[in-house]
Design a protein around this ligand. Sequence first.
Ligand SMILES: [Zn+2]
Ligand SMILES: [Zn+2]
Length: 305
Amino acid sequence: MDQFTPRLGVRPEYPPLRKIVVKSLRPYVRDCVFAVLILAVVKPIDPGRLGERLCFAIGTALVHSTALVLLALPLSVCDRFGLLSQYKLPRKPSQLAPPSLVASLVGEVAVSHLVTTPLAAYLFFPILKAFGMPAFTDVPVNVIKHIVFAHLCNDLGFYWSHRCLHTRLLYKHVHKKHHAFAATVAPAAEFASIFEVVFSNILPTVVGCVLVGSHVLVFWTWLFLRLQQTYEVHSGYAFSNTWVETPSAATLLLAQPESVIEHDHHHTVNRGTFGALWLDYLCGTMDAFVAAGAYDCLGPPAAVS
Ligand SMILES: [Zn+2]
Ligand SMILES: [Zn+2]
């Protein structure tokens, strides 16, 4: 079934634009705050005899694996032992991944971290330098501008490539693999065909930093934030009304429960909500999400079943 433009016969009324703008700006602010904090601590590195290209390949693989260990694996442990279940979005037994699929995921994650990422980083590095990546020993500049641009490019690149993957042919031959997980778990973010990994994951993530010639530390910081986002939205854990997500102005911005609910709806219902909320809103691809009550399940922890 072609789901490129999944509109309902009777279209629901979308939320007011003001709400969409506020919700959409939040991840940009969050990433900028974290990037500035991280880069205030991390200092430029001298690759020495290793050389910049090899240092970039190793460093990129380390960032990738660090995100997995710090973010995806703890949430998988919670899944395994039923911890924090009050925050887990509802799953039907038929949506849970069979052991054979979980075993495939473990193999794919291992290949991705040990082979695909360091190899892709090594091969891509000359392109980053050609577009102006400064020397590793330089101090990063224009951090906020670069993070905002990288985020914007990723929003556009991921939304459109992902939406194209929902055309009949590309879904059948490429994207169906990623949707094998109806009820996703954090590491399932990486369960996809190599075509999808390159064109819908790697390219949208890196294109902004490449085009503006970001410093390697800005690139790694942005990569870590992007990985945090994709692991969380695939985890099925919507941490709302907790210490990590309060509605106050002093919110710590650590969790993104609304994005989790959007992407969880995409996997469990598979009708729209392709990516950034503002793009689904502007392009009219969130009919099923709005009709289902959108964020209704965001409430006090006690109300989440
Ligand atoms: Zn999809
Ligand atoms: Zn997904």
